[in-house]
Design a protein around this ligand. Structure first.
Ligand SMILES: [Zn+2]
Length: 89
């Protein structure tokens, strides 16, 4: 009886921890991940319901943050952004 052997491509099967570590990158417009890794993470999400649910939560959180009014920006930060750059020559 033969043992099941993983092909070379399967060595990259991600663990949940590794997948979740990179989930936030998936939400970026330009993910800093290789297309190969992106593909594996997406595959993992499809195959792993807990991670899929985690991704949904993450997406919802990001959407909430983006929909927050800009008044939530601290006054000190807004003042810093508004003050002209100090290179007046
Ligand atoms: Zn998982």
């Amino acid at each position: 009886m033969k043992f099941l052997r993983f092909g070379p491509g399967d060595e990259h099967v991600l663990k949940c921890q590794e997948a979740r570590k990179n989930l936030s990158e998936l939400l970026e417009e330009t993910p800093l991940l290789t297309p190969d890794l992106l593909h594996h993470i997406q595959r993992h999400l499809e195959a792993c319901p807990p991670c899929g649910a985690f991704m949904d939560t993450l997406k919802a959180t990001v959407r909430t943050l983006q929909s927050m009014p800009s008044q939530q920006v601290p006054e000190s930060l807004r003042r810093a952004l508004r003050s002209p750059p100090n290179d007046g020559r």
